[in-house]
Design a protein around this ligand. Structure first.
Ligand code: ATP
Ligand code: MG
Length: 263
């Protein structure tokens, strides 16, 4: 049976799709069979982030409409043999897709995978419900900004009304230089404010911005290290926290901080 984890946030643009893609990549790197499901119907972009948008033949809506079998809609990742993407509907067919429909597709995939990661759209309306209803666990993505923290708080309280076995947070876009200078709220404070368990901390990494068409971190980057820790925490329940300040400590770190400030 697969673990079914939804990546959600309330606020848009905080990194749900990025985290879904990179976590999936790292979990498959650990040898697990992983499928990434794009539930952002109409505004789908998981296929773009994973670089498979030209390979889409069938999508979630086709599976639901019975136009193909679920396996025909799955796209294999070119890097990892055990990583698959199930693209969302390319046109806005959200009105025709119910939460029950999504759950039935998730159930079709259940026995073939170890992890089903559901990439949820922004907002807390029907699209949110469709994605969360099919999941057993939720990861709320939050950035160290007041608007994101407020939305995460609302989302965590809405998630309490669902039958989920776990809820945790991933803090994305953390700037180690600003943490050291005291200009960014600490990850511990965010967890305290949200009364939530930190599952992962991901640095703000310029490399991912430059790779905007392929939002997956290069394996040597600090982001990749942070995602490996996140994957370990997800898989074995460890509570390791990636230290975003590490590269800004000491003399070299001080120089880096000064350079970053001028950019
Ligand atoms: N840790 C990071 N460092 C640098 N850039 C990042 C990071 N995380 C996300 N981004 C960038 O932020 C932008 C938004 O990310 P993403 O699309 O994953 O957000 P989202 O929450 O899925 O958005 P939406 O709500 O629209 O679905 C992308 O350009 C992505 O490359
Ligand atoms: Mg997204």
């Amino acid at each position: 049976m697969a673990r079914k984890i939804v990546l959600t946030s309330g606020k848009g643009g905080v990194g749900k799709t990025t985290i879904c893609a990179n976590l999936g990549l790292r979990l498959s790197n650990l040898g697990f069979r992983v499928v990434l499901m794009d539930i952002d119907i109409g505004l789908n972009n998981l296929d773009v982030v994973m670089g498979v948008e030209n390979k889409v033949v069938f999508d979630l809506a086709d599976v639901i409409a019975g136009k193909c079998r679920v396996k025909q809609a799955l796209i294999a990742d070119r890097r990892y043999p055990s990583l698959y993407i199930l693209p969302s509907a390319q046109i806005n067919s959200s009105l025709r897709i119910s939460a029950e429909n999504v759950k039935s597709v998730v159930n079709m995939l259940d026995s073939s995978f170890d992890y089903i990661l559901l990439d949820c759209p922004a907002g807390v309306d029907e699209g949110f419900h469709r994605a969360v209803y099919a999941a057993d666990e939720a990861i709320v993505v939050v950035t160290p900004h007041i608007s994101s923290i407020r939305d995460a708080d609302k989302v965590l309280s809405i998630l309490s009304t669902y039958n989920l076995s776990s809820k945790s947070i991933v803090i994305n876009r953390v700037r180690g230089d600003l943490l050291l200078s005291g200009e960014m709220i600490s990850v511990e404070k965010i967890a305290e404010l949200l009364h939530a368990k930190i599952l992962g901390v991901i640095p703000d990494d310029d490399e991912i911005s430059t790779l905007s068409t392929l939002g997956v971190f290069a394996s040597s980057s600090s982001g990749a290290r942070a995602f490996s820790i996140l994957a370990e925490n997800v898989h074995n329940g460890s509570k390791k926290v990636y230290d975003c300040t590490q590269k800004y400590k000491g003399l070299v770190g001080l120089i880096r901080r000064n350079i970053k400030r001028r950019v």
